[in-house]
Write a protein that binds this ligand. Structure first.
Ligand code: DGJ
Length: 524
């Protein structure tokens, strides 16, 4: 990951910068929290179709739209580029005060190669495809072909060159996703003659060296496989990692990483925006090929880190499974968390708060935000409005151990977290026989005895970390809002609203959630 601060005068192209243990995206010289939403795949293929969507995106309180740009439309004839669509998208985003993350639908989109231009599709001997083990070709470009790679590098470099020309002052486009959910579906590896030959050749020394260097932090899966052959450092893929579909996946991951890295490098040579890849996750524990084999799934992260140094973030598209565990897996080895796709439903707000508050995510982005309006849109809009208000505070406190986030339900009714000088028991809100069924939120320690919190359905009871004075009481709780980064206090909360001074409460009130400040004090 490149977290080098640009030299003054380089016009501050968006870049990544460390703050404590967090990595932040810096846009126009300030940390930026992506409150994103990804469009349906085909929406950004026509400016007219997009016309009513921009307003809706702004009303959802997004600050960033993730929109595809398509190789087939950008290079309809070999070497002839058309950027009208790209320019129109940038212009409309600017008109609506939105930033963009472009998704490069190049060689691969969800494993397949349906977005390559027709002149490439038809020339399948020049641009070779993957073959399954039964000898059948599929509409998936081979990641071993120099011709495929060069064609993609050229097109992506042209896109990034153009972005530098039209956007290096305004920075409407803040990051770029390179390809989309790469990997081979339907088989664990490519079985073309060329692929078989490469598979039986020595594993590249560059990979071995990287694995040796990071041996203490490799995923358990890779470590176990390598251990079985006594950590051999030379030989073919099967000699080093044994014979199994998982070894096929390693082989594919390395070659996808190298290919995608060269595309990213070609793009960065023109305009150095932060770049990321996204993964179709290995939800089913079947075998590689059931999910796209070779994509940046958690257990392949080490291979991708070894092979794709021009990629700044490896990102999960989280649709199923345990959201919190995926966050954990994608922050391994200091990978900064960004979630380019996740479900847009009633779970979105709590997951978004959790990723941002607990894992210092750069941002989040539910998928299909331009779909037919439903209650999830209203809820997303309210939650993003709130996060917009406190984004400067979140960004100020990321990476310093001063913020915590949580998701509570009947199975997980409470958590205990240490923040500043206190231990916080955070549990589902309850009073007079009433108990919330769900709760989520985030709490920031702003120094000494003061805290800021947001969310709903939970309460906080403070305990001292030091022996005396023995007790912690609530000095005051004020609800309120931030306008232009200024705190505008509302009601003073006391009585039932603090359970008689016992707890800092966040009431479950339908879809409405709020922000409050709490100050505590100690007594004997
Ligand atoms: C994941 C892909 O990355 C998206 O482009 C889209 O196809 C969604 N799946 C559909 O759920």
């Amino acid at each position: 990951m490149n977290t080098t601060e640009p030299m003054p005068g380089s016009n501050y192209t968006p870049y990544l910068r460390k703050q404590g243990s967090a990595t932040q995206l810096i846009v126009d010289d300030k940390p930026f929290l992506i409150l994103g939403g990804e469009l349906h795949n085909s929406s950004s293929s026509q400016l007219e179709y997009m016309q009513p969507i921009w307003e809706r995106m702004a009303a959802l309180n997004l600050n960033t739209v993730l929109a595809a740009v398509f190789w087939e439309l950008m290079e309809p004839e070999e070497g002839v580029f058309n950027f009208d669509l790209v320019d129109g998208l940038i212009q409309e985003a600017r008109n609506h005060n939105l930033r963009l993350i472009f998704l490069w639908f190049g060689s691969w989109k969800n494993g397949t190669s349906s977005y390559i231009p027709l002149w490439m599709k038809q020339d399948y001997s020049r641009f070779p495809r993957v073959k399954l083990s039964n000898g059948q070709s599929i509409e998936v470009l081979s990641n071993l072909s120099e011709a495929n790679q060069q064609a993609d590098c050229k097109a992506f470099a042209a896109l990034m060159h153009h972005l530098r020309e039209v956007d290096s002052n305004e920075h409407t486009v803040i990051m770029v996703q390179v390809e989309n959910e790469v990997g081979v579906l339907g088989d664990s590896r490519n079985h073309s003659d060329e692929a078989n030959q490469t598979f039986n050749s020595p594993v590249p020394q560059k990979l071995i060296e990287q694995l040796q260097q990071h041996r203490h932090e490799l995923s358990a899966e890779i470590l176990q496989r390598w251990a079985k052959t006594g950590f051999k450092t030379s030989g073919s893929w099967e000699e080093i990692f044994g014979s199994s579909p998982e070894t096929d996946e390693l082989f594919m991951a390395w070659h996808y990483a190298r290919y995608v890295d060269s595309v990213a490098a070609a793009g960065k040579a023109e305009y150095e925006l932060p770049m990321f890849v996204n993964a179709w996750l290995d939800y089913s524990r079947l075998k590689p090929g059931g999910w796209p084999s070779g994509g940046p799934v958690p257990r392949m992260l080490d291979i991708w880190l070894a092979g794709a140094s021009h990629i700044d973030l490896f990102c999960p598209d989280i649709y199923f499974g345990d959201f919190q565990q995926w966050c954990q897996q994608y922050t391994r080895r200091n990978n900064p968390l960004f979630i380019p796709e996740t479900l847009l439903n009633e779970t979105s707000p709590r997951n978004i708060f959790y990723a941002i508050g607990q894992y210092d995510a750069i941002g989040t982005s539910p998928f299909a935000v331009d779909g037919p309006e439903n209650p999830a849109h209203i809820s997303l809009s309210k939650n993003y409005a709130l996060l917009k208000q406190i984004a400067p505070l979140i960004l100020e406190h990321q990476g310093k151990g001063e913020m915590t986030a949580f998701i509570l339900d009947e199975e997980h009714p409470s958590v205990t977290r240490e923040l500043g000088e206190y231990e916080l028991e955070i549990s589902l809100d309850q009073i007079f026989g009433y108990k919330a069924e769900r709760g989520y939120g985030l709490v920031i320690s702003t120094g000494g005895n003061t805290f800021i919190g947001t969310g709903y359905g939970f309460r906080v009871i403070f305990r001292p970390k030091t022996a005396s004075p023995t007790h912690v009481g609530i000095a005051n709780v004020d609800e309120g809002e931030y306008r232009d980064e200024q705190w505008i206090p509302g009601r003073r909360l006391n009585g039932d609203e603090t359970a008689g001074g016992l707890a800092w409460r966040f009431l479950e009130a339908g879809l409405s959630i709020g922000i409050s400040h709490c100050t505590v004090y100690r007594y004997e």
